[in-house]
Ligand binder design. Structure first.
Ligand code: PFF
Length: 451
């Protein structure tokens, strides 16, 4: 493991740094959440908004988090404290994202548990042999009982094991090896989509936007999805950038991360929607969508059992690289601010997440009656973190980096201390100062009916 002079771990290679940020970004957000949100919000119009948000809010905020992280080499709280004299007044945002990261882990690890269950069912041949009619029942059975809890806890144990392996060893190795493989497998599944009867209907749903469908709900959903998928507004990319080398060019890394992440999401859409229309599923069914559609796709592919086993295995790994990054937020806080050993910090964080995730897993069964503003516990956690906490933190980060952090700091970061020119600096700062705050505020006000 290489160390820089401040004794923090750094990623061993430049490629490793990009792979790890992509590893954080690419996960269930792309393959599970993107298709279901697209389905719920009517297809093409949602995707068009999503892509605009990735470019206009996502890439600049990724740069902002990278600047804070690499420039201060510390966790999200230190990133505020050490980047400007008045940074300590912004630390509240840091506490909010630490809490939000734990809340995301509560529901995210439940979905990752389903992935684990589907991987097991693939290897044992249950998935490939399933009739279309049985699929809904199988999903309900899997999610409503204690099996859901056990799967979630098994996943979180694996997550803790990777975290205890340390930054460069555990995360980097896993990301480098398996992310490209996931990408290839998604391409194979896309090719398979080409042969489906519902191809045209699926692609039309995805890529022919009906702009009259853009409502405040669609805008809020697309903005939340862009934040969730790129792991921004969470301090997660800040922590990762604190492990970057001095010369990992931030602008490029932000662009490559956003591009790869969006490609994976679109590929997932191309896999799911032609199948939705071929086999008569409803695109609007929400979180169960991918887990209902994929078994049918695999069931009809030659060698489906093998494909589905590999696919769900890779999806577990993609989820792991994301949960590892989410866990880093609280772990780096516990170990650096509360002075716990890294091992203890990991164990404490895992215990907190396991407790909450167990309750969240039970919200599909025994605790199904609990509702918050008409949403189940699971849906409420998803909605509040993605659509409210992440954009709120994004708003604070854009204002802070745009207006408060000294120009020397931001310029130094974007040019690697003057080593490379960065022609987009002026535009980037304009977007962070004006476009991000105004856009996020307008979408919030619009969604609560004030404008
Ligand atoms: N971006 C991850 C995904 O798409 O699955 C989820 C995520 C990871 C969200 C880390 C937020 C975060 F800080």
């Amino acid at each position: 493991m290489s160390k820089d002079n401040t004794q923090r771990a750094v990623f061993a290679t430049k490629i490793g740094a990009v792979a790890a940020t992509v590893g954080s970004a690419v996960g269930l957000g792309n393959i599970w959440r993107f298709p279901y949100e697209t389905g719920v919000h009517g297809g093409g119009a949602f995707i068009a908004c999503y892509i605009v948000f990735v470019l206009v809010l996502g890439v600049p905020l990724l740069c902002a988090e990278f600047m804070l992280g690499r420039g201060t080499r510390s966790n999200i709280l230190g990133a505020f404290r050490h980047s400007s004299p008045s940074g300590r007044y912004w630390v509240g945002t840091g506490y909010m994202v630490i809490i939000a990261s734990v809340m995301i882990l509560w529901f995210y690890s439940v979905v990752a548990g389903w992935t684990l269950g589907y991987c097991y069912d693939s290897v044992t041949g249950v998935i490939a042999g399933m009739d279309t009619a049985d699929i809904g029942e199988h999903f309900a059975e899997m999610t409503s009982g204690w099996r859901n809890v056990v799967l979630t806890l098994v996943f979180l144990t694996a997550n803790a094991a990777v975290l205890l392996g340390g930054v460069t060893k555990g995360i980097e190795r896993a990301s480098n090896l398996l992310m490209p493989l996931l990408f290839v497998l998604l391409l194979v599944l896309c090719v398979n989509s080409l042969s489906l009867d519902g191809l045209k209907a699926g692609l039309t749903f995805l890529f022919r936007p009906d702009f009259s469908k853009i409502t405040s709900e669609v805008l809020l959903g697309a903005m939340g999805q862009a934040f969730f998928s790129l792991s921004i507004g969470m301090g997660c990319m800040t922590v990762y950038a604190s492990y970057f080398n001095k010369d990992s060019r931030l602008g490029r890394t932000a662009m490559s991360t956003a591009l790869l992440d969006t490609m994976v999401a679109i590929l997932a859409g191309v896999i799911i929607f032609p199948a939705v229309f071929t086999y008569g599923f409803s695109p609007e069914q929400g979180p169960a969508l991918v887990f209902q559609v994929l078994p049918v796709v695999f069931g009809r592919m030659p060698g489906g059992m093998i494909w589905s086993s590999i696919f769900f295995l890779l999806l577990i790994v993609a989820s792991l690289t994301s949960t590892v990054s989410l866990s880093e937020i609280s772990i780096s806080y516990f170990s650096e601010d509360l002075k716990m050993s890294r091992r203890k910090a990991t164990l404490v964080s895992t215990a907190i997440v396991m407790a909450g995730a167990t309750i969240c897993a039970l919200s599909f069964g025994p605790l199904g009656g609990i509702e918050i503003f008409g949403l189940s516990l699971f849906d409420a956690l998803d909605f509040v973190t993605s659509n409210i906490c992440l954009p709120l933190a994004g708003l604070a980060i854009s204002l802070y980096v745009g207006w408060v952090v000294p120009k020397k700091f931001t310029k130094d970061q974007m040019t690697d201390g003057g080593a490379y020119p960065f022609a987009w600096y002026g535009l980037l700062m304009f977007v962070l100062r004006w476009v991000c705050p105004v856009a996020i505020t307008l979408i919030f006000l619009n969604s609560i009916g004030l404008i």
